[in-house]
Design a protein around this ligand. Structure first.
Ligand SMILES: NC(=O)C1=CN([C@@H]2O[C@H](COP(=O)(O)OP(=O)(O)OC[C@H]3O[C@@H](n4cnc5c(N)ncnc54)[C@H](OP(=O)(O)O)[C@@H]3O)[C@@H](O)[C@H]2O)C=CC1
Ligand SMILES: O=C1O[C@H](COP(=O)(O)O)[C@@H](O)[C@H](O)[C@H]1O
Length: 628
């Protein structure tokens, strides 16, 4: 009802500011680590959370507006007082929002919400926090981001650089600090020294980059502690509070640590270092378990301390530009959506390859293997986005619900529909490349697959019978990730005789190249210019580097910003995770129980031939190899 009333301004704002309305559930947190404080627990039964974000050019206004909206949107009450006082105020910034209904609603809202707002401020002070009315009305809040496992590879390679990029682009709030937490003993300066080497001025506006780096590094601090020590987290809490200086504080934890210590950290942080006046959110890195049981157990343990709303399960492939663009491509272009079904699509291929081995991560990798490392999460997530029905809205819950429906409509992977491989050493150009089991952290006789190909099916009206083929491998000849959509033959093709015998080569193919060299191209048949009638295959090619010269943000930037903003669209909900594991667990167990021996392929090759047999079983040819 309320959303409807907001339609007019929403449409206007969408046109002018590219606005997105999001709503999230208002389930009341029950754990010690609720998405905020005791204060919020008092308030939550009264409030429903609805937030409205304007995506403007600058991240700063995006954040500022969200802060405003989040704070005030919670003024909705159970007595029918309308929501989104702030939203409306923001929309009223627009001179065009002069709809009569809206004006009437405005007056009602302002009166109604003024009462609620006073109550909110009173409750804030009652909660005994140092947050003053002045802080709230001025919109003063602080953000602390704690990177747990700060001494590790991912933190150095991705998280700190992404945080710096966000800072550089003005996407972090005015008042923020970054804490590194790990067991390694480091001073603040040593942490700064460590991360300064990985920060880059990669953004196109390069001016003042060095100054910006210095300013950013000054906001970075370090606290050394054990992952299972409540005392150490209590000390962290003291340091966080010092920086927060009594303002309304929001806290984001990034768990960049091995999964066996996730729960310890969540327990300690929840009990001793959660925010008492603002929200507390936790980004959890994969792997989320090894199978359905362990994943379920992990979720149960995390939920002893966190609500689902606080858990941000990251799959960084969802933050990649071309993956985000999938829905735009499909749902905002009339030319694609009508073709998006079994009627026109012959098969879909999801391909991931790396031209390097497990170098340095063999210990982790051997416990998981390529199916768990890449297929069960990154490729399956892309598949779900690709195949889902049109969501009701762009709201996180609507999108995630559609993805879950796809996953639950799929048939679990059968052992006969999967082939596995493992790379072996290979010498090329006088250089020797090690095999997987040459890695000192990998057991000599490991059967862990470093390559896999799989055929999966979606049992619904749209996709019945269409093979979704996945292929993922390490130490292959190239690095890339792409989605290939092969269309059916043209019935009664007038130009049949102009093609050689291989009609498969005449079908259209849409390729979405996720990386590197992001692009989208559509393979079509075209007349070669000239007096004759010769056809060839050409590409309608959207190459990002030509069309959009600005550098594409790293996936971690987008995801960190979303977590800060409370946007869950690109994070995995627990039912999605359960459905994803249910698809792979039986085959994974069988592979392990039957000790299936992977087909060896040389380092730097195109992978095992078994992948071709699997594809041909479904009358498919891998598009990437045809292309090469
Ligand atoms: N690296 C990558 O490219 C990717 C990583 N991930 C995931 O992100 C998380 C972090 O990855 P990454 O940085 O590579 O991991 P690391 O192995 O580098 O571990 C991060 C930190 O955790 C601490 N740590 C490591 N092993 C243990 C242990 N057995 N017990 C307690 N503490 C330990 C160490 O810090 P200290 O000793 O100082 O406490 C280490 O610096 C993992 O869950 C990983 O699966 C996901 C995608 C890609
Ligand atoms: O999650 C993972 O992803 C990386 C590949 O990520 P990319 O963004 O560089 O494509 C992979 O190397 C790693 O094994 C896996 O855990």
């Amino acid at each position: 009802m309320l959303e409807e009333q907001f339609d007019a301004p929403r449409q206007f704002c969408m046109a002018t500011h590219s606005m997105i309305i999001r709503s999230s559930s208002s389930s009341s947190p029950s754990s010690a680590f609720a998405d905020s404080s005791p204060l919020r627990e008092t308030l939550l039964p009264l409030f429903s959370i609805r937030s409205l974000t304007f995506q403007r050019k600058s991240c700063f206004s995006r954040l500022r507006l969200r802060f405003f909206a989040e704070k005030h949107s919670q003024l909705d009450s159970s007595n029918g007082c309308a929501t989104n006082f702030a939203s409306l105020q923001e929309c009223r910034l627009s001179p065009l929002v002069s709809n009569h209904n809206l004006l009437a609603l405005n007056v009602k809202l302002v009166l109604c919400c003024f009462v609620k707002f006073s109550k909110f401020v009173r409750l804030l002070s009652l909660a005994g926090e140092q947050v003053t009315e002045e802080h709230v009305t001025k919109g003063e809040s602080t953000l602390s981001i704690t990177v747990v496992g700060a001494s590790g590879d991912l933190a150095k390679k991705k998280i700190f650089p992404a945080l710096f990029a966000l800072y550089y682009e003005g996407c972090l709030p005015q008042d923020f600090s970054v804490f590194g937490y790990a067991r390694t003993k480091l001073t603040h300066d040593e942490l700064r020294e460590m991360i300064s080497g990985t920060l880059t001025c990669r953004i196109d506006q390069r001016e003042n980059c060095v100054d910006k780096m210095d300013q950013f590094l000054k906001r970075c601090f370090y606290h050394s502690g054990q992952y299972n020590s409540e005392e150490d987290f209590a000390e962290l809490n003291t340091k966080l509070k010092e920086k927060e200086a009594g303002k309304l504080s929001n806290r984001l934890y990034y768990l960049s640590i091995p999964p066996n210590i996730f729960v310890d950290v969540v327990r300690c942080a929840s009990l001793r270092a959660s925010s008492v006046s603002g929200w507390t959110r936790i980004i959890v890195e994969k792997p989320f378990g090894r199978d359905s049981e362990s994943s379920g157990e992990l979720t149960r343990c995390l939920k002893q301390y966190l609500t689902e709303e606080q858990i941000f399960r990251i799959d960084h492939y969802l933050g990649k530009e071309l993956v985000e663009n999938l829905s735009v491509l499909r749902f905002s272009n009339l030319v694609f959506e009508p073709l998006w079904s079994r009627n026109y699509i012959r098969n879909v291929q999801l391909i991931f390859s790396e031209d390097f081995g497990t170098e340095g991560r063999g210990g982790y990798f051997d416990q998981y293997g390529i199916i768990r490392d890449i297929m069960q999460n990154h490729l399956l997530q892309i598949l779900a986005l690709f195949a889902m029905e049109t969501p009701v809205s762009l709201d996180a819950e609507d999108i995630r619900s559609e993805k879950v429906k796809v996953l639950r409509s799929m048939k679990p992977l059968l052992l006969e529909n999967v082939i596995v491989g493992q790379y072996k050493e290979h010498s090329k150009g006088g250089k020797a490349y090690p095999g997987y089991t040459d890695d000192p952290t990998v057991p000599n006789h490991s059967l862990t697959p470093t390559f896999a190909a799989a055929a999966m099916f979606i049992n619904n009206a749209r996709w019945d019978g269409v093979p979704f083929l996945m292929k993922a491998g390490k130490a292959l000849h190239t690095r890339g990730a792409e989605i290939r959509v092969q269309f059916r033959h043209v019935p009664g093709n007038l130009y049949k005789k102009n093609f050689a015998t291989d009609l498969d080569k005449t079908t259209n193919e849409l390729v979405i190249r996720v990386q590197p060299d992001e692009g989208i191209y559509l393979r079509i048949n075209n007349k070669v210019p000239g007096l004759g009638m010769r056809l060839d295959r050409s590409d309608l090619n959207l190459l990002y580097r030509s069309r959009y010269p600005r550098e594409i943000p790293d996936a971690y930037e987008r995801l960190l910003l979303d977590a800060i903003e409370g946007e869950r669209r690109l994070f995995i909900r627990s039912d999605e995770l359960d459905a994803a594991w249910d698809l792979f667990t039986p085959a994974l167990k069988e592979l392990e129980q039957k000790k299936i021996i992977p087909e060896l392929y040389p380092y730097g090759s195109r992978g095992p031939v078994g992948a071709h047999y699997l594809a041909s079983k479904y009358n498919v040819r891998w598009g990437d190899l045809e292309d090469a």
